[in-house]
Design a protein around this ligand. Structure first.
Ligand code: TRP
Length: 342
């Protein structure tokens, strides 16, 4: 397993979230979830560790399928608990239960231009995969602003995310500075991303980032059988036809995943050398990867199956109560800084 350096300082407040558009997959696990569990255990203070399910942000590109968003709030929370997020160490909550976030969003919208949002590489990349083409809903364009509200409401300083989120965090810091300068205050705090060593995991097709919507991801909840099927359909080296042929390691998805998930780096380096020389078959490697992944995912899957929906809702509602108190306090400081206290 890849080592993560969390680089967290004593005063850091950690916050991160996911849109509930589907169950989480290995890309989320290696890119962020694993880091969150390490951070949570290091910090061990639920007032400094926040994880939330961004249902309102999820609606920004799924407004016509709200039932999908609602269903996945529970699924994502199950994924959280099964990978080891612990409600006694992390405040786990639902975005839409914190209305203060949306009032903050409105104040921040005054401090950024439409063209700045249109230039955000994360928004641009996402727009390409959506069907809105030229008629962009303003809610979607605005999501980096709403994300800045999510972060600043908790005065979060350390944000474990995938590297695609960097431009959104830049916008957040621009808004923080714009707000503090405009209203002569220091209420809002800048944040930094916490990236994992594998911030972007390629899909099993080798073509794009692993994503549920592209169907090229291994989900945390996949059965052993599905994991096996997915591993055996992975893109390797199309020119490696006979076992004795020399094979390519670069761009070979099986090796990418072994690098990310296999604990014994030396063994993988030996296998790479053999594969390059010729004499090592894809079936051997795929079996090794299947066993590696199934070994990691079996305890997660079993944990998931033992979770009851009612208990998941209690975790989320309890966490949302705590989170709301924090957001309320920041909102009142923000109103005071603007000067609209009546
Ligand atoms: N944009 C994140 C995603 O696509 C979700 C998210 C919403 C988030 N608000 C956040 C992440 C605040 C970190 C901090 O999954």
């Amino acid at each position: 397993m890849v080592e993560n350096k969390t680089n967290i300082s004593k005063n850091d407040i950690v916050l991160t979230g996911d849109r509930p558009t589907g169950c989480l997959h290995l890309g989320h696990y290696i890119g962020s979830l694993q880091n969150r569990v390490i951070l949570q255990n290091e910090i061990n203070d639920k007032n400094r560790c926040f994880v939330f399910i961004a249902d309102v942000q999820g609606l920004s590109d799924n407004f016509d399928t709200p039932e999908k968003i609602k269903k996945n709030v529970v699924e994502v929370c199950k994924d959280y608990i099964s990978v080891g997020l612990d409600p006694s160490k992390s405040t786990i909550f639902i975005q839409s239960l914190i209305p203060e976030l949306f009032e903050l969003t409105v104040y921040y919208m005054n401090l950024i231009t439409v063209s700045r949002l249109e230039r955000c590489p994360t928004v641009k990349a996402e727009l390409q995969t959506k069907s809105f083409s030229t008629s962009i809903p303003s809610g979607f364009l605005n999501y980096p602003v709403s994300q800045a509200a999510d972060i600043t409401a908790f005065k979060a300083t350390a944000i474990p995310v995938g590297e695609d989120q960097n431009p959104v965090l830049e916008i957040c810091n621009e808004l923080v500075n714009r707000f503090n300068n405009t209203y002569k205050t220091d209420v809002l705090k800048e944040c930094k991303p916490i990236l994992s060593n594998v911030p972007r995991l390629v899909g099993i097709d080798g073509l794009a980032k692993a994503s549920k919507s592209l169907g090229n991801a291994i989900m945390l909840s996949d059965s052993s059988e599905i994991i096996k099927q997915k591993v055996f359909s992975m893109y390797t080296d199309p020119n490696h036809i006979n076992i004795s042929d020399p094979g390519r390691v670069e761009g070979n998805v099986v090796f990418t995943y072994l690098d990310a998930f296999h604990d014994n780096k030396e063994e993988i380096e030996d296998l790479k050398a053999k594969y390059r020389k010729g004499g090592l078959g894809d079936v051997y490697l795929k079996n090794l990867l299947y066993k590696t992944l199934d070994g990691k995912l079996t305890p997660i899957r079993e944990r998931r199956l033992s979770l009851k929906e009612d208990d998941i809702y209690s975790v989320l509602l309890d966490g949302s109560k705590i989170a709301r108190e924090v957001a309320k306090k920041t909102l009142s400081e923000v109103r005071e800084a603007i000067g609209i206290i009546y």
